[in-house]
Design a protein around this ligand. Structure first.
Ligand SMILES: CC(C)(COP(=O)(O)OP(=O)(O)OC[C@H]1O[C@@H](n2cnc3c(N)ncnc32)[C@H](O)[C@@H]1OP(=O)(O)O)[C@@H](O)C(=O)NCCC(=O)NCCS
Length: 175
């Protein structure tokens, strides 16, 4: 990450006490999105389950300002496990880690924050023993597709997700 004058950037795993900052950033960015169909807006309940129970949320702070966050989820047998779009057997669903939503505040875009957050999420998934890394991106969301490709994810197939939205289904083996 390139540092600008007087910046103090640090990338951390967020704590439950950071939830209000996550929700503020999500609201701020979501209502300004030009292409809302490129992004699925998580709700508070979903996000609050990702501080430990079902995954992690990584964030980048500049001092105490949250500038970006990204969700890593371990969906197991939950209905939102996208493993059904891949040739992954049900016995292996508990080995799936998903790179879920990622948001960068517009003031901080163009500095590869999504890439760095994705690298850290991949590392965490691998160290936690997950063997399949899955993610989705809207085909026109070039920034997302590029950043996922830069960590070695490949387009596995392109199709319609459960929510009726078109997505590239991206894959990387962590074995
Ligand atoms: C997708 C997103 C997370 C990427 O953010 P990022 O980490 O800053 O992305 P990058 O640093 O890779 O930059 C992406 C592109 O935006 C360009 N860019 C530069 N400054 C920019 C700015 N101020 N605003 C927007 N884009 C900018 C970069 O040059 C780069 O273009 P390139 O790929 O042609 O070089 C961010 O755009 C975002 O929050 N979008 C809204 C939510 C979303 O779509 N999330 C992904 C799906 S979950």
């Amino acid at each position: 990450m390139n540092l600008k004058d007087r910046e103090r950037l640090f990338l951390v795993i967020l704590q439950p006490s950071d939830l209000p900052k996550v929700l503020d950033l999500l609201d701020f960015v979501y209502w300004r999105l030009e292409h809302k169909d490129w992004f699925f807006k998580d709700d508070e309940d979903f996000l609050s389950r990702h501080f430990e129970a079902r995954g992690r949320i990584f964030g980048i702070f500049n001092e105490d300002r949250l500038t970006a966050y990204a969700v890593l989820s371990f969906p197991g047998s939950d209905h939102d496990n996208i493993a059904q779009h891949y040739d992954i057997s049900q016995e292996e669903y508990h080995e799936v880690a998903m790179l879920d939503s990622c948001i960068v505040h517009p003031d901080y875009r163009g500095r590869s924050f999504q890439y760095h957050l994705s690298l850290q999420r991949e590392l965490c998934a691998k160290e936690s023993g997950y063997t399949h890394l899955l993610s989705t991106a809207h085909p026109d969301n070039a920034a997302s597709v590029n950043n996922l490709s830069k960590i070695g994810m490949k387009i596995y197939r392109t199709g319609i997700k459960k929510d009726n939205k078109i997505r590239h289904f991206m894959y990387k083996s962590l074995k």
